[in-house]
Ligand binder design. Structure first.
Ligand SMILES: Cc1cc2nc3c(=O)[nH]c(=O)nc-3n(C[C@H](O)[C@H](O)[C@H](O)COP(=O)(O)OP(=O)(O)OC[C@H]3O[C@@H](n4cnc5c(N)ncnc54)[C@H](O)[C@@H]3O)c2cc1C
Length: 604
């Protein structure tokens, strides 16, 4: 076995792709770079060679191959000698189509995934806006529901495939008050009325078209919503892992190609009657770069392997993207140096490689954001949920298609009936997100420490709380909230922590009519100074809360008391807290069910 990651089939595929790139792409590089576009015909040729649906189901024209076939394909794209070409293909196949494949309805798959795999429709992904890139939650483009349509207004920028592409996977705010919990994704036809594109001039990646796009009252069918409304942020965070792997793979491959052409050059070029390859300064410098490159490649393969296996790989994907793209800049710079003056000439491949490598540390999450994500894992000990298994998702495809106008039922993510709020303290939140192909059963790996984490046993409530259905429904909401958050005021209740008070308000907020005969035991393990253990029992129309953990739990929720309080009061979006590892829920479907049986707390 030559490699832990690639078998003979992968290598046979590599040689076929390499031949394709050397025959159909590389000879045209100069022309495509000058024209700042790649021709339609090459998309069709790639599709004819089964290169545009490597990981997608056969049902839609893909070849359903394992992820390492994509790794091979992405590596061989470097042979085209154009970062722009690699970017255009990468965005179409592994970004625009990935969202539709993972979260889109059957209708969207038939109308965009299939044609995308056949090279008939080329996709773009539009998240970045003139005012925001790293902070995805701050986007301003709006989508407002109007009957069977959404009306979209706003602007996007730096969009790859935005000028000559056929459709745009667009992120827009559907609930502007809800921060990241108010973002939805849509498929928008690029030629729709109200879509206006302007081509941007770049210093590299010239063969890919990059657009500024404005949306002026663009009417989009409701059926063009990808997955569920307001779940877009989570879908983006999920797909960022793949995007970062693509960036890492292509950066390492681009650097490898740079090194290869430089080695050839230094063997041929002479100075002082000797080939450059004989000078120790150059030999050692290139040896160092080759060593670093091997490290970058193996780190990237390892991240790919984890991603493929469905093992949490946020840290490794971010490290691979950071290391490989930074190294690619360094390699291109050093290699250009050994070409001497020729390296600075437009006609030389190394000059283009130097310009193209510069984009890598900016696109798909900047190096600073990658470091921030790594620091969250390293220093803050945040752990993220497993990303959905790439191959597992295929088998999770629904067998029978749902009605065309609606997103697929199987892609619904459980709704948590609490308000949302922007969580981004790094400008971008890395994460896996609840698997959408099916209801997740096992969830967050650990609970992130927050404040003091020493568990404390709760005191028994001195005043029993009536297990009634909405007994306080007609009380003044603000007073109720005040009582909950500051118990004891007015001498009504004994002193309790705010989190504990909210837990003990559950029976008052219980909706017996909704719960019917439901039975369940829910353990709440709240850590920190104000935490404690509690059991909430639902039994045939009654709800009770008691201290300690009693009975066999249907579901266990673990978080800090602060996180629990923030979720209940709407300061933190539960889905994000869950995704960030701040809340651990042993049985998500049961918890979703549980939450439906309670009235929300009034807004603070
Ligand atoms: C050639 C090209 C193609 C692109 N293609 C696409 C595409 O197809 N679709 C798409 O949606 N976008 C695309 N982008 C946009 C790209 O993803 C963004 O440029 C990138 O995410 C950075 O966002 P920004 O430009 O708004 O920079 P900003 O977010 O404004 O950041 C500016 C600087 O501040 C730093 N910074 C920001 N936040 C922090 C922080 N918390 N800590 C430390 N430093 C921070 C950044 O790292 C950066 O150095 C493309 C960009 C380029 C150049």
């Amino acid at each position: 076995m030559k490699s832990a990651f690639f078998n003979e089939e992968h290598e046979a595929f590599r040689s076929a792709v390499r031949q394709f790139m050397e025959r159909e792409v590389a000879p045209n590089a100069g022309e495509w770079e000058r024209e700042e576009r790649i021709p339609r015909s090459i998309w069709h040729q790639m599709a004819d060679n089964d290169l545009l649906g490597i990981n997608y189901p056969e049902e839609f024209g893909g070849i359903n191959a394992d992820f390492f076939f994509s790794v091979v394909f992405l590596e061989e794209l470097a042979r085209g000698g154009m970062g722009g070409f690699t970017a255009a293909v990468g965005v179409h196949e592994y970004m625009a189509l990935a969202y539709i494949h993972q979260f889109g309805s059957r209708l969207l798959k038939e109308n965009y995934l299939g044609p995308g795999i056949r090279g008939e429709k080329i996709g773009a992904l539009a998240i970045t806006e003139p005012n925001t890139g790293s902070d995805v939650s701050a986007i301003r483009t709006r989508a407002v529901r109007q009957g069977d349509h959404f009306i979209i207004n706003g602007g996007k920028t730096f969009i790859t495939n935005g000028v000559y592409g056929d459709f745009i996977v667009l992120a827009a705010k559907t609930d502007p008050e809800a921060g990241p919990g108010g973002i939805s994704l849509f498929v928008v036809d690029s030629h729709s009325k109200g879509v206006d594109t302007r081509k941007l001039k770049k210093i590299g990646w010239n063969s890919s078209d990059t657009a500024e796009i404005s949306f002026d009252d663009v009417k989009v069918f409701r059926s063009h919503l990808i997955g569920q409304e307001n779940m877009g942020f989570y879908y983006i965070m999920e797909c960022f892992q793949l995007e970062r792997l693509v960036a890492a793979i292509t950066a390492a491959a681009g650097a490898d190609y740079c090194l290869e052409i430089t080695l050839k050059y230094i063997r041929e070029r002479e100075a002082f009657n000797r080939p450059l390859a004989k000078f120790q300064a150059i030999r050692h410098a290139l040896s160092d770069l080759a060593t670093e490159l091997e490290a970058a490649r193996q780190l990237t393969y390892h991240a790919c392997w984890k991603y493929k296996a469905g093992i949490p790989a946020i840290k490794e994907c971010s490290m691979a993207k950071l290391y490989a793209t930074e190294l690619a800049k360094k390699v291109a710079d050093a290699c250009l140096q050994y070409f001497g003056g020729y390296g600075y000439m437009e006609d030389y491949l190394i000059a283009r490689a130097f310009r193209d490598a510069r984009a890598g540390t900016i696109v798909g999450g900047t190096s600073e954001i990658m470091r921030e994500i790594i620091a969250k894992v390293l220093i803050d000990e945040v752990e993220y949920r497993a990303a959905a298994n790439v191959e597992g998702k295929k088998s999770a495809e629904p067998v029978s298609p749902p009605p065309p106008a609606e997103p697929e039922k199987a892609h619904e993510t459980p709704e948590i009936e609490l308000a949302a709020e922007t969580p981004a303290d790094t400008g971008e939140i890395p994460s896996g997100e609840p698997e959408t192909g099916s209801q997740p059963e096992t969830v967050v790996e650990t609970v992130a420490p927050e404040g003091m984490d020493t568990p404390k046993t709760a005191l028994a409530p001195e005043i029993p709380i009536a297990a009634t259905n909405g007994a306080s429904g007609d009380r003044d909401a603000k007073i109720e909230m005040e009582e909950l958050l500051h118990p004891g005021v007015g001498g009504i209740q004994p002193p309790r922590s705010p989190a504990e008070s909210i837990l003990y308000s559950l029976p008052e907020r219980f909706r017996a009519d909704k719960a019917g005969n439901y039975q369940g035991i829910f353990h709440f393990k709240l850590s920190g100074n104000e935490g404690g253990d509690y059991t909430v029992t639902l039994n045939a129309g009654r709800c009770s809360v008691e201290p300690g953990l009693t009975g066999k739990a249907t579901c266990v929720l673990e978080s800090s008391a602060r996180t629990y309080l923030d979720m209940e009061t709407g300061k933190t979006n539960p889905q994000i807290a869950f995704m960030m590892g701040k809340v651990k829920i042993s049985n998500v479907p049961e918890m979703m069910q549980f939450l439906k049986f309670f009235r929300k707390l009034p807004d603070t």
